[in-house]
Design a protein around this ligand. Structure first.
Ligand SMILES: Cc1ncc(COP(=O)(O)O)c(C=O)c1O
Length: 382
């Protein structure tokens, strides 16, 4: 038996059309996208264009060229941060961030003298937009905030946070919200939104995307240079989007899968997926509350959260507990610090070795949650 509750790392299984699209690309199309003019090269381009158009629709973006593809969420966050920040800029971020934001910022602080304020969160993992406002200085160039924490699942008041920007640029890390929580970029006018394609967006590993608001490309330098299939006589990257940021061949087979996944999510749609996952998260939390050795972290029960539930088990190291669940019940989840060290410091869970995290997905069932709860209770002692 396998109960996969690690969808926050990457979603599994993928919807059937995702496998079919990757397979078709690999077996029948095979060509690179955006290069040749022969039939299969044109088909390759069409598949990638479809993926881009559907991903744009998921975020209510009318111009698909504003969506740039890359290899994962980390790649896209690196493009946003390294491409944007200059000598001595000030950045406001939060203690809730993943290392894919924290580490590029730390590197930019070493190499470009970028200064960073890590705004606190409350005991449930929520950031107060007022704290972001108060952290502003005359040098604040960017506010970089995760939409949903991969540890607590807390969904930040992203619209309010973006509206405090007052001239600063805004970057949302949507790695844990995309596909789980609807995000309409007409309502939330962020400048940049980075996400993985392989988590809630249900595409294959090796996919990520960055949304770039019109005008921001003038401020965002490409961090890689190379062939784009256009303007080949020039020795600099073209200005056109998305080619400006997509030097080298794309992972087109995986993007074919991402396109199929986006079509699935547009049809399902994300709001229905959110309702399905919320019901499972409520069931999991309800069951965990009756196990006395378990302490749940994150938003209070009943409050919205991304599809993530983290908890400690008295008397257990999180890694040991996760290994015991795997051995006893084939229950696969993630334990430790989840690449979010400041989040665990804020929760006071670093000294515990982090937490055990379970994350549900589109295909998780109520029965799987009940099996998981039985296994947790059996090991933790109910
Ligand atoms: C909040 C958050 N941001 C960024 C990332 C990085 O995404 P990727 O694994 O696609 O590089 C993750 C991955 O776990 C994440 O949870």
């Amino acid at each position: 038996m396998r109960i996969y509750l690690d969808n926050a790392a990457t979603s599994w299984p993928k919807p059937e059309p995702v496998y079919a699209a990757v397979d078709r690309y690999q077996r029948e199309i095979g060509a690179t996208a955006g290069r040749g003019a022969y039939r299969d090269a044109v088909e390759a381009q069409r598949v990638v264009d479809d993926a881009r158009r559907r991903c744009a629709s998921l975020f209510a973006v009318s111009d698909p060229s504003r969506i740039v593809f890359g290899s994962n969420g980390t790649d896209m966050l690196n493009l946003a941060l390294h491409g944007l920040l200059r000598e001595s800029d000030h950045v406001i971020t939060t203690v809730c961030e993943h290392n894919s934001v924290l580490r590029p910022l730390a590197e930019l602080s070493r190499t470009r003298g970028v200064t960073i304020t890590h705004v606190r969160c409350d005991s449930h993992g929520y950031v107060d937009p007022q704290d972001i406002k108060h952290a502003r200085t005359s040098k604040t160039r960017l506010i970089a905030v995760t939409h949903a924490s991969n540890v607590t699942g807390a969904i930040q008041p992203i619209r309010e946070i973006v509206s405090t920007a007052d001239g600063a640029l805004t970057l949302i890390d949507a790695a844990q919200s995309a596909g789980h929580v609807p995000l309409d970029l007409n309502e939330v006018p962020a400048d940049l939104v980075a996400t993985s394609g392989h988590k809630g967006l249900l595409g294959p590993l090796g996919t990520g995307l960055l949304y770039i608001r019109p005008g921001v490309e003038k401020l965002l330098k490409p961090v890689r240079q190379g062939g784009t299939g256009v303007n080949s006589t020039e020795d600099h990257q073209p200005d056109e989007l998305p080619q400006r940021y997509e030097a080298g061949n794309l992972n087109a087979p995986a993007l074919a899968g991402l396109g199929a996944a986006a079509a699935f999510l547009l049809e399902r749609p994300v709001s229905a997926n959110a309702a399905h996952e919320s019901a499972l998260v409520r069931r999991l939390i309800h069951g965990l509350q009756s196990i006395s050795a378990v302490r749940i972290y994150g938003p209070p029960p009943g409050e919205p959260r991304a599809s993530v539930v983290s908890f400690s088990v008295e008397g257990y190291d999180p890694q040991e507990f996760a290994a015991a669940l795997d051995a006893a019940a084939g229950l696969q989840c993630r334990a430790g610090l989840h690449c979010a060290p400041r989040m665990h410091d804020a929760l006071g869970t670093t000294k515990l070795g982090g937490l055990v995290r379970m994350s549900v997905g589109w295909s998780t069932t109520a029965e799987e949650i009940d099996h998981a709860l039985d296994a947790i209770a059996a090991i933790a002692g109910a």
